[in-house]
Design a protein. Structure first.
Lengths: 390, 356
């Protein structure tokens, strides 16, 4: 789709090499100026993340005078359902100083087309054409021989797509020196401090509702960072009025922003029925049409992570304190989106309990934000190597 | 089945007010029965926050029809089960399981019989099945088609199969059937796409016609394949007439999750609710009841399901109610049109389905 295996240069470059920052910045500008691209919020978000100011900020922490370079060639297996993720994946490896062979999904999407076209245009220009040999974008039907070739001939591999895809790729083996960044199935949740919700003024409440909407409804609640469980923290007599304050306001946001199709509504309803039959710790649902289902969780179950919904299903639990989440947290837990908690409280949640999960804690509204620290990986660190010059 | 059995009301004779009263009472009775007899159903009612006793048909609790593909829902003891019907899904999909006892099965047969009598008269007619014998003879091939053919075969005699086991028109058999029955009324039955593809289209391609002018065609099973060829009901009818001479064509709408109380197309081209069943239409996004003339998700109500909680089901078909009691054909009851299936949509998220 872009580039060729023959032209691929298996070379490393310094991390956040200025020429590469320039290229991404140019791509970003091109995207933000493109009227077609502007119709897609996910493209706009990516372009925004790639812009020079943002990259310079991220680069800061790596400019410590040490010799840090990319691994060489990195192979990417990108997901079929999230069009923009291949671009993040490519950018991660590119700015970490690598050449990339990226397998895009066979599923067509307008976003992919726009991203590939604009990147191609950028690579045709001077001085960016000098970097054309560090980008290969491919599309091929799932083929173990082809994938195996790339896995054994690259020094890094980014595998998106959940447990099944990761397992399939691992079965094919890899180059002995190859580093793996694998995005397996994860579980995410949100925590609201009840008193905090009661205490904010109306404008802040409105902002919180818009932010919570973004976390739950963008990506249809199917992303690994989409919150499945919503934990209210506080005494019951504080939680109840907080719920009464939040939900009607939240519902108004959902009704004005959500596009729900009939088929999704039916899918949601069927999934709800299946959940009711499968789990013993759920109270009667509160359905707001089909736009929002609030399922009361009477107590956190050993099976809690299996309780998931899509398109707006909130599993709602009331806890006395944040620490009551601990039994739920294992290595599958990725994102905790929070409101009303201090950094100290959040840190101590992880540190005091020796948690093996929760990779990121972000304010509500930022759950889906992709960044250099992702899924517990410090991406630059994982895709680059330090040359020890003594 | 209730102690009362099937109602004595004429199949298409009950007016709106009486029908609503009768049906609501039956729905409430059935909801209570299933709530007591089927623990998963009771859990669903509680979990969904639906009240067992409704004060209007729109308030009767409903289950999504797809649920029967995921769960075997049963309101009778295992010892009472005489048959489990399954739907034929597209390959790879789960199939629905519908559990029947003697009473429910008998009621289904009786209801279908009374409905059919209203259309074809009380006597069994010579019957031409537009399918191959293997559909019923081959145990391994049991499907919705098998169930349909067997079910409707009760209304026929001297059953002849119009297709060879290779699914080609068996012209010798058809011609013999025509010769034997002359101008007397005959019943022709088949699944819509089978009739279309393996009889009508096959005859057209062979440049042949058959003479079944006295025949009445009953067909069902969905229009999806024909929709793919952009063939609608009117064109189907016209091409059936041209290829076979059959002028009386009756589509029927139904599903394995509610057999027996099917909806037959009348002479005016409308699907009719018999006294044993009814339909409501709901907004596909929020499931609120819709008025006449507005298209939405079809909910089917039937007094027949005693052995399984299938008396009130939300389908995945889109349709609209056209009227009630005032159809040109003279039958009372609600009449409606089915537009087709709810359209599919793409799924998003980080997790790939690796097996494309």
């Amino acid at each position: 789709m872009l580039g060729s295996p023959e032209a691929l240069e298996r070379r490393s470059a310094p991390v956040f090499d200025p020429a590469r920052v320039d290229l991404l910045a140019h791509w970003s500008t091109r995207l933000l100026a493109d009227p077609r691209a502007r119709q897609y919020p996910d493209i706009v978000t990516f372009a925004f993340w790639c812009r020079r100011a943002q990259q310079e900020r991220s680069a800061e922490r790596w400019r410590d005078g040490r010799v840090r370079v990319g691994l060489g060639l990195v192979f990417h297996m990108t997901p079929s359902n999230v069009p923009v993720n291949f671009a993040y994946s490519l950018a991660f490896a590119f700015l970490s100083g690598n050449a990339s062979a990226v397998r895009l999904s066979e599923r067509r999407s307008p976003q992919v087309d726009i991203l590939v076209q604009t990147l191609a245009q950028t690579l045709q220009m001077q001085p960016f054409s000098a970097l054309a040999g560090s980008v290969l974008l491919m599309r091929y039907a799932h083929d173990d021989r082809v994938s195996s070739y790339w896995l054994h001939n690259s020094l890094g591999r980014l595998i998106w797509g959940g447990d099944a895809t990761v397992a399939a790729m691992r079965r094919l083996g890899a180059h002995p020196r190859s580093r793996e960044i694998a995005f397996v199935d994860r579980y995410s949740l949100a925590a609201l401090h009840a008193q905090g919700v009661l205490g904010v003024d109306d404008a802040a409440l409105g902002k919180l509702c818009e932010a919570l909407y973004n976390d739950i409804y963008l990506m249809d609640q199917r992303a690994c960072s989409s919150p499945q469980l919503l934990a209210w923290v506080g005494p019951k007599d504080v939680v109840a009025p907080a719920q009464e304050r939040l939900w009607p306001r939240f519902l108004a946001v959902v009704e004005s922003r959500q596009q729900l199709s009939g088929v999704r509504a039916v899918d949601k309803f069927v999934a709800l029925c299946n959940e009711i039959l499968a789990f013993d710790n759920l109270g009667p649902v509160t359905r707001h049409g089909n736009r929002l289902y609030r399922l009361p969780v009477t107590h956190l179950d050993a099976n809690q992570q299996a309780q998931r919904g899509a398109d707006g299903v909130v599993h709602e639990v009331v806890l006395d304190q944040l620490g009551d989440l601990v039994p739920l947290v294992d290595s599958r837990v990725q994102t905790l989106a929070y409101f009303g908690f201090s950094a100290a409280e959040l840190q101590s949640l992880v540190l005091d309990h020796g948690l093996t999960g929760i990779d990121r804690m972000v304010p509500i509204g930022k759950a889906l934000d992709m960044g250099w620290i992702w899924d517990g990986y410090e991406v630059v660190g994982s895709l680059s190597r330090l040359v020890d010059l003594v | 089945m209730s102690a009362a059995g099937l109602p004595d009301h004429p199949v298409f004779g009950l007016g709106a007010a009486d029908k609503a009263r009768y049906l609501l009472a039956e729905m409430n009775r059935l909801t209570a029965h299933h709530q007591a007899a089927c623990p998963p159903y009771q859990r669903l009612l509680a979990g969904l926050g639906m009240q067992a006793q409704a004060s209007s048909l729109a308030e009767v609790p409903f289950l999504p029809v797809r649920l029967f593909k995921h769960h075997r829902l049963q309101s009778i003891a295992d010892t009472e089960v005489i048959k489990t019907m399954t739907s034929s899904g597209t390959s790879g999909q789960a199939v629905s399981q519908i559990v029947l006892d003697k009473a429910t099965s008998a009621a289904q047969v009786k209801a279908l019989s009374r409905i059919m009598t209203d259309f074809i008269g009380p006597r069994r007619l010579p019957m031409l099945v537009v399918d191959c014998r293997a559909t019923v003879a081959d145990r391994l091939r049991f499907s919705a088609r098998t169930a349909g053919v067997l079910g409707f075969s009760m209304f026929g005699r001297e059953i002849t199969y119009a297709l060879t086991d290779a699914m080609e028109p068996d012209l010798a058999a058809i011609d013999d059937f025509v010769r034997r029955h002359g101008d007397a009324p005959v019943l022709v039955f088949g699944f819509t796409f089978v009739v279309w593809k393996y009889l009508v289209r096959a005859l057209e391609q062979a440049g042949r016609t058959v003479s079944l002018g006295a025949g009445l065609l009953v067909h069902g099973g969905g229009w999806k394949q024909l929709a793919n060829e952009a063939v609608g009901a009117d064109e189907f009818r016209a091409r059936v007439l041209a290829a076979t001479g059959i002028a009386r064509v009756h589509n029927y709408y139904g599903m394995v999750e509610q057999t027996g109380s099917i909806f037959m197309e009348c002479e005016a081209g409308h699907l009719h609710a018999p006294v044993y069943s009814d339909i409501l239409v709901r907004d596909p996004v929020d499931f609120s009841p819709l008025p006449l003339g507005q298209a939405g998700l079809i909910q089917l109500l039937s007094v027949l399901p005693h052995s399984y909680p299938g008396h009130s089901l939300l389908s995945e078909d889109i349709g609209e109610v056209l009227g009630e009691d005032d159809c040109a054909c003279g039958r009372r009851g609600r009449y409606f049109r089915v537009h087709g299936r709810l359209q599919g949509a793409e799924v998003r998220g980080c997790s790939d389905t690796f097996s494309r």
